[in-house]
Design a protein. Structure first.
Length: 58
C-alpha cells in the first residue's frame, strides 16, 4: 500500500473518530508510534500499518 493511501486512510479514521468518540481520536497517533517501534524491532513487516488489521481499516 502506498504511503499516500495509508495517510489518507489514517486521516479518514481520525475524522471519523473525532465525530464518533473524540477521546479515541488521539489513539491513532499512538498506534502510529507503536507501528514504528514494531518495525524497528522487526516485529512488523515494513509498510503494513496496524490500521489494516482492524475493521474499517481496509
Amino acid at each position: 500500500m502506498s504511503k499516500n493511501v495509508t495517510q489518507e486512510r489514517i486521516k479518514r479514521l481520525e475524522q471519523h473518530l473525532k465525530q464518533e468518540n473524540p477521546v479515541l481520536a488521539g489513539c491513532v497517533q499512538s498506534f502510529q508510534k507503536l507501528d514504528r517501534v514494531a518495525r524497528k524491532l522487526g516485529l512488523m513487516a515494513p509498510r503494513i500499518p496496524s490500521l489494516r488489521r482492524y475493521p474499517g481499516g481496509r
